[in-house]
Design a protein around this ligand. Structure first.
Ligand code: PMP
Length: 360
């Protein structure tokens, strides 16, 4: 209870624009073990024993702060990717790195461009910097890079290109991306969000890391959350030229990558071949699920990620409800569509059975 001498409580003064910020609405947690969680683009496979062992060993040291520079992880990424260490900046998931990049490049009065629909965290991370998010509509579920280049103004500071795009799974190709980058002024930072890069099997989809070498205004985001299966540990990284990388480090929360995350990421890099085997399974499942959904007359774009997009329009919520009732969680996006993560073969079978029974 408040004592009689205390002044009356006053509301804490917060930034007035914070209450209006968009919120990230995560895929709901799976309510029970009976539920297949195909709603958050996670890797369905549990961590490899070598990764669990590395995390266990690291647990012995949790009284100490982690290496703030993630030096060993950076060294190992540097040789795995053939990228100089100065170009690498690990962070708290690629979401954390995205936030820091935005803070490094954009502020009040600036504009940040991205396609829409795309990753729903973009608008909220942009708002947090004070910059204005500018959404450029997708065309036929794909980035409209020409319209995005047309939308660049004097105020544009950063452009996010989600490749492959969440939630549609579509990817931009080498030639169109090259044309786009040639049109964007060199002072505008172009961020290629390649969270799903390991699932790309179309050779015409450029590897951003290779592409960034000759383009000082291109930065690339990668993550250990998807193909590497470490979503809960929160570790991703940027690849960028030294001036951008240095600004990014300056904007990062000190000690933002935990020791557990660093150890798990390093062990995962070491287990590359085993993990890529799992990716291969997911790719053949993606092909199988895509064929089956198309055979059921559903309209889905070619996916280069670990999920597929069903453009169901106003039927999207009802389809998601039917899946949930049958124990499969998928992710509806308003009245636009439903995103379904590729799971294990058994999970995908259950999904396809629901689709077979579903009637509009
Ligand atoms: N980028 C995209 C396009 C994503 O879909 C996601 C995860 N849903 C992320 C970034 C975030 O990944 P992380 O777990 O590394 O923060």
């Amino acid at each position: 209870a408040r004592g009689p001498d205390l002044p009356p409580a006053r509301p804490v003064r917060l930034r007035t624009d914070v209450s209006g910020l968009p919120r990230y609405v995560p895929g709901r947690a799976a309510p029970s073990d009976l539920v297949d969680k195909l709603s958050s683009n996670e890797n369905p496979y549990p961590p490899l024993p070598s990764v669990v062992a590395a995390v266990r060993a690291e647990l012995e040291h949790v009284n100490r702060y982690p290496d703030p520079a993630s030096s060993e992880l950076v060294a190992e990424l540097s040789s795995a990717l053939a990228v100089p260490r100065e170009h690498l900046v690990p962070g708290t998931g690629s979401l954390g790195v995205t936030r820091d990049l935005l803070r490094a490049a954009a502020g009040d009065g600036d504009e940040v461009l991205f396609a829409w629909r795309s990753f729903e965290a973009y608008p909220l991370l942009v708002w947090g910097t004070g910059a204005t998010p500018v959404r450029v509509p997708l065309r036929a579920e794909r980035h409209d890079l020409e319209a995005m280049a047309d939308a660049v103004t004097d105020r544009t500071r950063l452009i996010l290109v989600c490749n492959p795009n969440n939630p549609t799974g579509t990817a931009v190709r080498r030639a169109e991306l090259g044309r786009f980058l040639d049109r964007v002024p060199g002072h505008v930072l172009v961020v290629l969000d390649e969270a799903y890069r390991e699932f790309v099997d179309d050779r015409d989809v450029p590897d951003g890391i290779a592409l960034h070498r000759d383009r000082p205004n291109v930065a690339v985001l990668r993550t250990f959350s998807k193909a590497y299966g470490l979503a809960r540990l929160r570790v991703g990284y940027a690849v960028a030229h030294p001036p951008v990388a240095a600004a990014l480090r300056a904007c990062a929360v000190p000690f933002g990558v935990s020791g557990l995350a660093q150890a798990a990421a390093r062990a995962s890099l070491n287990a590359g071949p085993e993990l890529l085997e799992r990716v291969r399974t997911l790719l053949s499942e993606r092909a199988r699920v895509t064929r089956a959904l198309r055979a059921a007359a559903l309209n889905i774009p070619d996916s280069q990620a670990n999920f597929v997009w069903l453009r169901l329009g106003s039927h999207a919520p009802a389809f998601a409800d039917a899946c949930a009732a049958a124990g499969v969680m998928v992710r509806p996006f308003g009245d636009e569509g439903v995103r379904i993560t590729i799971g294990t073969p058994e999970e995908n079978d259950r999904l396809l059975r629901i689709v077979g029974d579903w009637r509009v």
